[in-house]
Design a binder for this molecule. Structure first.
Ligand code: ATP
Ligand code: MG
Length: 667
């Protein structure tokens, strides 16, 4: 069981968790959600021992084995299979023990026999015999091809190496599995495979993700971080959204109610503070007001929107590709050709979604257009004034970890040359960053310490600043939280230039693209159909791949159950029935209280009204008495004033008694 009690967690001056109290039971599948920069990855750092709590208590069973995806890019010539097998750290340990036992046995055959026998059995128990097929099932499941199983790790591109890191984490037998946005480098096929694998995982799992469908498929508990508070919801993401909406409604109602009460107290104070006989009571109301624990109003999430500036010019055609071949130049080997006979034009205002199964060359196409690499043959002709905004999330090299957002913008403005100088004072740049939610201190925070989503947002901001007329976006939504994704979709829809988009985010493709290109089997073609047709195409393509792979792979199987005893069943939680009964009871109680206080409140409201009118009449009389008046009128007015004064006093007494009674009943 993992418990946090009043945990405080900070990063520099930022308080990310303030008094977090939560329990995670063995075997639970938890989704950890929250806006970009809320502190999700930081909470993982607490769980994996990378960070210490700044206050409160955090505990986790000491013997639990932890598996997580290493965040670094692996640099090794080890084969993909060996690299993933090594993820089974227990196996690695036992192999070492066996080697030691063998050495001891060779040195002294009489003594070390027992140790050797043990080492063999332990190794067999740890699944030594099928370690390689298990690793390979993971690798293939994550979308690699059979012939790639033995290729060196460093021959793969960044995204693929990160997949190997994921496979390695899944290979490790564990009691607790921590996954920080595991779907970022995956396409649809691999994603579906991962969901199935995780559903069979027997240990405790905590996964951070901004992907609603994925979370729904693999989690049954949701932890939400917001405003430094951590809240647990018993349900998957959709259930969480429902419960939260309800809770927000209730909070809103509680807030409104308290505001009413505050207004009431304030009214009393305002009315009586100048009156000596009531000053004490008024004072006690002031205290009550101060003591009152304020229900927070619903902070409307700082909703973030942005827009692309209108491009200075829009060439047409933007780009013409004539009989070109795209691919990679290799040292000591002929070039690796990925796409051939590419004949395409890109026109002003087109909105093209680039589709294609894994590894078919979508990024190669995009990178060549972005001038990151040259065409191997043929021509790529650019329209006059073409200004490309290229977003490749996986290559965060556009960012310098040591510099802050402001320095990035200053550099960018300088590089753009004199035409942009006029709009690049520090004040302008700060203002611009502010519009991308980098406010105050954050413009000076080194990029290396920012969260994934914050970095992605900065890259977006830098792109918008350049006022491109052709947007080339390669998986732009990775790392972005849902609200920012929506903001991006809106901005893209209003963009007046041309858009080329690679994304596995179906909602985004659907909402911003109106034609599709298909990259596959070495060619780039128009795709006649919609995204549903494409999904069918993917399935067929996957079937084809599987048939090719059949001979080498066993069906993917989850890693062996955790080494430590099987997860004990979660302690009984109040059943649904109980909580419903409870809800009913408290609803009844609320109703009863309302019944009891209703006549009192009604009377109070009447008194309020009467006090207002009596006060007005009194003021009018006093004003009249200040004028020269005939004596009888003065006497009349005086009598009336006295009556009014007595009435007001009585009303006020009653007002106070009633208020106190209502308060007592409501408590
Ligand atoms: N060393 C640091 N110094 C200052 N601020 C930091 C440091 N490390 C992290 N932060 C800040 O703490 C906040 C939380 O970061 P964290 O990476 O935990 O966010 P996250 O919830 O994982 O966000 P995302 O969804 O974008 O991944 C961010 O605003 C980040 O900029
Ligand atoms: Mg994060």
């Amino acid at each position: 069981m993992i418990t946090l009690k009043n945990v405080i967690l900070r990063r520099s001056a930022k308080v990310l968790l303030d008094g977090a109290t939560v329990t995670i039971n063995p075997g639970e599948k938890v989704g950890l959600v929250g806006r970009n920069g809320a502190g999700k990855s930081t909470l993982f750092a607490l769980l994996n021992g990378g960070l210490h709590e700044d206050g409160g208590d955090f505990s986790m069973p000491r013997q639990w084995r932890l598996a997580q995806v290493a965040q670094n890019m692996p640099e090794t010539s080890e084969s993909a299979t060996d690299f993933v097998v090594a993820g089974d750290t227990r196996l690695a340990e036992l192999r070492e023990q066996l080697a030691a036992a063998e050495m001891a046995h060779a040195a002294n055959p009489d003594d070390a026999g027992m140790a050797l026998a043990h080492a063999y059995t332990d190794l067999a128990d740890a699944g030594e015999h099928d370690a390689v097929p298990r690793a390979q099932a993971l690798i293939l499941g994550l979308g690699f091809k059979v012939h790639e199983l033995d290729q060196p790790v460093d021959s793969f591109s960044g995204g693929w190496r990160m997949r190997l890191q994921l496979a390695r984490a899944l290979m490790c037998p564990s009691d607790l599995l921590l996954l920080d946005e595991p779907t970022n480098h995956l396409d649809l096929d691999a994603l579906v495979w991962l969901e199935a694998w995780l559903q069979r995982y027997a240990g405790t799992m905590i996964v951070i993700s901004h992907d609603r469908e994925f979370l729904d498929a693999v989690t049954d508990v949701t932890l939400h971080i917001e405003h430094a508070k951590l809240t647990r919801y018993g349900g998957n993401y959709s259930k969480f959204e429902e419960m939260r909406a309800l809770q927000m409604e209730q909070q809103q109602a509680a807030f409104a109610k308290q505001q009413e009460k505050i207004a009431h107290l304030q009214k009393f104070i305002d009315r009586f503070k100048a009156k000596a006989s009531k000053a004490k009571q008024a004072q006690s109301r002031v205290k009550a007001l101060e003591r009152m624990e304020k229900v927070a109003p619903l902070l409307a999430e700082a909703d973030f929107t942005f827009e692309f500036k209108e491009p200075a010019n829009i060439p047409n055609p933007m780009l013409t590709i004539g009989d070109a071949s795209f691919g990679y130049v290799q040292e000591d080997a002929p070039p690796k050709v990925i796409l051939t006979h590419v004949n395409r034009s890109v026109l002003a205002g087109q909105r093209i979604g680039i589709l294609g199964a894994n590894g078919q060359g979508k990024s190669t196409l995009v990178k060549t257009i972005a001038r990151e690499m040259g065409a191997l043959a043929g021509t790529v002709t650019e329209g006059k004034g073409l200004n490309i905004g290229y977003f490749a999330q996986q290559e965060l090299d556009v960012l310098h970890p040591g510099s802050n957002p402001l320095e990035h913008m200053v550099r960018l403005a300088r590089d753009l040359g004199p035409q942009s100088r006029e709009r690049s004072t520090e004040q302008d740049l700060r203002g611009f960053l502010g519009s991308f939610n980098f406010s105050g201190d954050m413009v000076k925070q080194p990029v290396g310490t920012m969260s994934g989503g914050e970095k992605a947002r900065l890259v977006l901001a830098m792109m918008v600043w350049q006022r491109p007329n052709l947007l080339l976006l390669d998986e732009p939504t990775n790392h972005l939280d849902l609200a920012t994704r929506e903001a991006l979709a809106v901005a893209l829809n209003e963009f007046e230039g041309t858009l080329m988009l690679v994304s596995h985010d179906r909602a985004l493709l659907r909402s911003v693209c109106d034609e599709f290109w298909l990259v596959g089997r070495g060619a780039v073609k128009d795709f006649d159909g919609d995204l549903d047709d494409y999904q069918r195409y993917l399935l067929d393509e996957a079937k084809r791949q599987r048939e090719l792979a059949k001979q080498a792979a066993e069906p993917p199987a989850p890693a062996p159950a955790p080494v430590v005893a099987a997860p004990t069943p979660a302690p009984a939680r109040p059943s649904e029935g109980d909580s419903r009964a409870q809800r009913q009871r408290s609803a009844q109680e609320r109703q009863q209280r309302a019944e009891q206080t209703r006549p009192l409140r009604k009377e109070l409201a009447g008194i309020d009204q009467r006090l207002v009118s009596a006060g007005a009449e009194k003021a009018a009389l006093e004003a009249r008495l200040a004028q020269p008046l005939p004596a009888p009128e003065i006497a009349d007015a005086g009598r009336r004033l006295k009556l009014l004064g007595d009435e007001i006093e009585a009303l006020e007494e009653r007002w106070m008694t009633l208020s106190e009674q209502i308060e007592a009943l409501a408590a």
